[in-house]
Design a protein around this ligand. Structure first.
Ligand SMILES: [Fe+2]
Length: 187
């Protein structure tokens, strides 16, 4: 039915179909991004509790869905003003769609070959802003920093091939040239 709301269960079914049919991460992202944009605009998606931010972490991950094997993970993230992440990768594909406010992304290029444990050399690349309804995609090895540069709580919808605490991803300090495991607190 065309007037039916695109709800979480339909979105998850589509994610499962796409990841069954495609093996190439770029093709998965091409197909997931417009659906993530559609789902992000679903009326009633945002609950009051999603505005809660973890003060220590600077942002909160509100888990909406993950499959039993941690695949097809969907979160709403709430970002405190002037807070964000260090540079990080994801070790899985991901799509971010702005729901409220804006967040700024800085992209980094890794210059070393990753052979020295705990060491990473990053070079700053471009910056962009993700606003309402806009989608930003990451491939598993892409590295970015995300920051809420506004003075209000920012919300965004995040969809990953796998729950990001189960991918073995890393956090980087470009100044100190360090790499370490990156696990987040999920609400
Ligand atoms: Fe990220």
């Amino acid at each position: 039915m065309s007037d039916q709301v695109y709800d979480l269960s339909q979105y998850v079914e589509d994610l499962r179909s796409i990841t069954r049919e495609e093996t190439d991460d770029k093709k998965i992202l091409e197909r997931v991004a417009p659906l993530a944009q559609k789902f992000a605009m679903t009326p009633g998606l945002i609950k009051d509790e999603y505005y809660h931010c973890n003060e220590e972490q600077g942002m909160s991950f509100h888990l909406l869905h993950e499959d039993e094997d941690h695949s097809n993970a969907v979160f709403v993230l709430a970002w405190l003003p002037d807070r964000g992440t260090l540079a990080h990768n994801h070790k899985t594909w991901g799509v971010v769609v702005g729901i409220e406010g804006e967040e700024r992304e800085t992209w980094w290029l890794r210059k070393d070959n990753g052979s020295k444990p705990g060491y990473a050399e990053l070079e700053r690349q471009t910056e962009n802003t993700v606003g309402l309804g806009q989608a930003s995609c990451v491939l598993p090895e892409d590295i970015h920093t995300v920051w809420n540069h506004t003075d209000k709580v920012t919300l965004s919808l995040h969809t990953y091939g796998k729950h990001i605490n189960f991918t073995g991803r890393s956090e980087f300090d470009p100044e100190a040239r360090t790499e370490k495991a990156y696990v987040v607190t999920v609400e």
